[in-house]
Design a protein around this ligand. Sequence first.
Ligand SMILES: Nc1ncnc2c1ncn2[C@@H]1O[C@H](COP(=O)(O)OP(=O)(O)OP(=O)(O)O)[C@@H](O)[C@H]1O
Ligand SMILES: [Mg+2]
Length: 220
Amino acid sequence: MAATRPVLDVRDVRKLYGTGETTVHALDGVTLQVDRGDYVAIMGSSGSGKSTLMNILGCLDTPTTGRYLLDGVDVSALTDSQLALVRNRLIGFVFQSFNLIPRTSAVANVELPLAYSGMRGAERRRRAMFALDVVGLADRADHEPNQLSGGQQQRVAVARALLTEPSVVFADEPTGAPWSPSRRWCSPTSRPARWTSPPAGRCSPGCRTPPGRPARRSSW
Ligand SMILES: Nc1ncnc2c1ncn2[C@@H]1O[C@H](COP(=O)(O)OP(=O)(O)OP(=O)(O)O)[C@@H](O)[C@H]1O
Ligand SMILES: [Mg+2]
């Protein structure tokens, strides 16, 4: 039944890197189901395959064998352009190393996914400013990544991942560092509440709440 279908359905997924004696079995038969609305943490020692699995779940990589159904769709059957659309519309990804574009302002980094979706510039900028405000970085909007601390860069990456209101958010090592601000922003209780209940009107210099924001997605 569609209502009970898991949003992520991973079946006996294996990922091998290399060939012959140097083959690395990064994933060795992972089976996992995640239901809509679930908040799941995958834990393991360094090199145990967490990033490998995240990349497959986020449609950035494909398994060597096994099946992965995203909301019931076998992603191995999708074309590259369909995969790009899925990544843009359904998935928010916070990379382990943040993957911010160097020599580009924080706000321009955040609004990038909306540029790919064809939204006009002024609206993109307004929403990106709102997202930066939610993670407490409205006053750093014009700073480039190398002018931000590690935690601030991570928050820019979180803002970018949340901006398109994706169906599912993947965060690789979101709470890895003890100082990590994402402990607050990625918490299942605090983040959606803050995200959907911004202060009314002007929330900080240069930042306005976008009018008519859609309600919180049930899958969060
Ligand atoms: N492109 C690659 N080519 C060969 N081996 C790789 C490649 N990427 C990852 N590996 C290997 O696959 C294994 C899993 O790596 P992965 O990055 O998924 O680990 P991880 O659990 O995310 O580790 P960490 O906690 O250190 O980030 C490791 O042994 C790693 O050396
Ligand atoms: Mg990793």
